[in-house]
Design a protein around this ligand. Structure first.
Ligand SMILES: [Zn+2]
Length: 149
């Protein structure tokens, strides 16, 4: 399959990227540092060659540890990825920051020493659509006149 260029960015749209994507492989990182960095029980990452990523407007970056940096947006706070300071030509982009994250499939778990197993298989739990939650729909209508897709 030929490489495809996929786009993504942060929630407010200030930071944008294009990445050359060779396959659908992605993974979940459960390490404590990723949990802290994103406020999530795990984070879905797509590993790519750093040279295959171009930033429309460059992300902010912070040192998340002595060995790594994380690109993010200082305006809206979106976590955009992970990159080692040295020794790797690859980096991670957060799967959900792609405009269409739907093609990626989880292929393995990483950082499983801090994996929260209760959150792993949530299949079968009750499912609710955002648009069926009337108080939230009312807030959107009241504030903007419509409900976002
Ligand atoms: Zn932003």
């Amino acid at each position: 399959m030929a490489d495809e260029v996929m786009e993504g960015g942060c929630a407010c749209g200030r930071v944008r990227f294009k990445a050359k994507i060779a396959n659908d492989d992605a993974y979940l990182c459960h390490c404590r540092m990723c949990q802290r960095a994103t406020g999530s029980v795990s984070i879905a990452f797509k590993n790519v060659k750093a040279a295959d990523v171009t930033w429309g407007s460059p992300p902010d970056r912070y040192d998340s540890s002595p060995i790594a940096r994380r690109p993010y947006c200082r305006e809206c706070g979106t976590s955009l990825g992970f990159i080692f300071k040295e020794g790797s030509e690859n980096m991670d982009l957060t799967v959900a920051s792609f405009d269409d994250p739907s093609r990626f499939k989880p292929r393995h778990h990483f950082g499983v020493e801090s994996l929260h197993r209760a959150w792993l298989n949530t299949e079968g739990l009750p499912e609710h659509r955002t648009s069926d939650h009337q108080p939230l729909v009312d807030k959107w209508i009241e504030t903007t006149g419509s409900v976002p897709d």
